[in-house]
Design a protein around this ligand. Structure first.
Ligand code: AMP
Length: 192
């Protein structure tokens, strides 16, 4: 596993544990020679993880839509900054470049990016692992929502395997590294 895409809040959140785990992830990625692929921002948890990878001599590629965010948001010290036309091209580029995906705590932007990855995995468009860094149980309500969706008949039980999760960066990285892509039957109950 050479490159991991990290989706993360563009804010820091109210508990310092969020930024601490973001930095821990960055440190471990640099130590294991895993390149960080991310949105290219200097602010929030995005900035924390990128700075830590760079601080420990690792590689970081940022992918930024041209002109969408104010200039001071863009990280200017990255190994590589790729400018793209829009958010769609940004996600496509992040996905193409990466071997796996991690979501740190974040908001609507983070959810959207992670759920695109998951929904494409359940369709078999890619077979890359994806995991939530469940710092301080941040993602427990979202994992409950997935269970609720299974009970309500909208998500297949077997697709839950696509969403890895762990409370700390080291455990999540080992889950991603040992992941074996599951083989699924038909996604649609009415066609089974
Ligand atoms: P959110 O979770 O809503 O803070 O959004 C975070 C995600 O949306 C990131 O993974 C980015 O891809 C994108 N994003 C939101 N705000 C910014 C920003 N200021 N700079 C760069 N990307 C951003």
């Amino acid at each position: 596993m050479n490159k991991i895409c990290v989706f993360a809040g563009s804010n820091l959140g109210v508990y310092p544990d969020y930024a601490e785990q973001a930095r821990e992830l960055g440190k471990l990625m640099a130590a294991r020679d895993i390149e960080l692929i991310y949105g290219g921002s200097v602010v929030g948890l995005m900035g924390e993880v990128a700075n830590e990878v760079l601080k420990h001599g690792g590689k970081v590629t940022g992918i930024m839509p041209r002109g969408l965010f104010r200039g001071e948001m863009v990280h200017t010290q990255l190994t590589k900054l790729i400018e793209v036309a829009d958010m769609h091209e940004r996600k496509a580029t992040m996905n193409q470049l990466s071997d796996a995906f991690i979501a740190l705590p974040g908001g609507l932007g983070t959810y959207e990016e992670m759920f695109e990855v998951l929904s494409w995995a359940q369709l078999g468009i890619h077979h890359k692992p994806a995991g939530l860094l469940n710092v301080r149980q941040f993602y427990t309500p979202l994992l409950d929502m997935v269970d609720h969706s299974i009970e309500a008949g909208f998500v297949k039980e077997e697709h839950k395997q696509l969403l890895l999760s762990a409370p700390d960066a080291a455990s999540l990285l080992s889950q991603l590294q040992t992941y074996i892509p599951p083989v699924f039957g038909n996604k649609w109950n009415q066609l089974s």
